[in-house]
Design a protein around this ligand. Sequence first.
Ligand code: UD1
Ligand code: CA
Length: 479
Amino acid sequence: MPDTKLAIVILAAGQGTRMKSSTPKLLHPIAGVPLVGHVLATARALDAAHVVAVVRHERDRLVEVITAELPDSIIVDQDDVPGTGRAVEQAVAALPADFDGDVLVVNGDVPLLDAETLASLVTRHRDSGTAATLLSAILDDATGYGRIIRGNSGGLDYIVEQKDASEAELAVQEINAGVYLFTLGTLRAQLANLTTDNAQGEKYLTDVVGLLRSAGGGVDAIPVAEPWLVEGVNDRAQLSVQASRLNALIVRGWQLAGVTVQDPASTWIDLTATLAPDVTLKPGTQILGATVIETGAVIGPDTTLVDCEVGEGAEVKRTDATLAVIGAGASVGPFSYLRPGTLLGADGKIGAFVETKNAKIGTGSKVPHLSYVGDAEIGEGSNIGAGSIFANYDGVKKHSSVVGSHVRTGSHGVFVAPVRIGDGAYTGAGTVVRKDVPAGSLAISVAPQRNMDGWTQSHRPGTAAAQAAEAAQTSHEDN
Ligand code: UD1
Ligand code: CA
């Protein structure tokens, strides 16, 4: 049931100058989701009647992300007047005329804020009947934040921004979290009174609080139990701090769901990944994107999986894989590079120093050593010899090759695409396969070996090699 009395305003128009980035701040990801995506997901969980997102800087890129997550949200373009107060003023003007309830304002750069904290803020506000209720936090280092200034009675008087604060105000450790609940009528009335008369020449939303108090309205600031819930991301140092915190929560969640994570500090799991119970993650492992890992699989150490599927009981060590499917019981690594379109069948193997791309490798088939398999399909139970190359590129176009089932190819083979090797065929070591090989045939392309006796002594006289050859021949003659 949507909360018909609740509208959520997400502030996402700022430039995020402190990130020093060509990517808008709110599109920097943590746990695989852009900052604004975390706030949108929280907003969605509250099931409000309306969600308004205020954009300006790089608005098209933000709107794309916002409408993908919340298609019904109202997009508002902030005009030339800067500041969070102006952003909310325009958001409120965009609410449907028949809406009359509470407005929850959330900065777009507080990714760890959870729906539970917001829901309790809504309840607190409605129970108290004040004009506004906001979240605060007590921080050891409050630098950069707006400070909550309380009067002698302990009640909130006003908020002062870092750049406008006096020495005494700067010493205050209680900060404004940037999360506010306003009653629409009083909010609208005070937004009209905001000025840009401050150090940054902006309309500060925070000034609404002081204005409400001067007008005799009650305003509560509730400190959150865990300050990190409301810590904002303004620069890349804070980005990595919040990313680590969120990762720790995600890792712990999977541990409690039955996943063994040997070293949480070096294991990164995106919010979008899924792991089954009894999966083991070894140190240095990144499980990213829409990766799904089935039970009993052992991943790592030092493995990155992006948008991969790993089947039951598979083993993947020291591997980099993107958009690859690894079958149940299969083995990958160490030092394997699986590029998009790799499909390894059940019980198959992609071994050391093997690169694959757009390669379907059937059940039980193996590419154990030092090979490149690109644009190829390999049947079941086949073995590709060490050091094989599927030469898929003629310099202009890519071509595909097909290898049948129960094929044995010799070491150091080159398969010049497009070429087909039939079921049960063999190829000799060092074969350059340029023509199709029928089922059951042995293909060899190398010239017969010729030994030129005594060559070293006659062509490289006096060298260590010639002396060694001489010694070997003498001892041979002695026998
Ligand atoms: C703001 C608060 C500060 C609080 C802190 C909490 C104000 C004036 N200050 O400061 O009291 O401690 O958040 O994290 O509100 N934005 C717009 N339009 C604008 C400017 C900003 O939509 O014109 C958006 C930004 O995209 C961002 C959010 O508002 O998501 C906050 O902006 P930011 O510049 O980060 O404010 P702070 O300086 O952190
Ligand atoms: Ca901020």
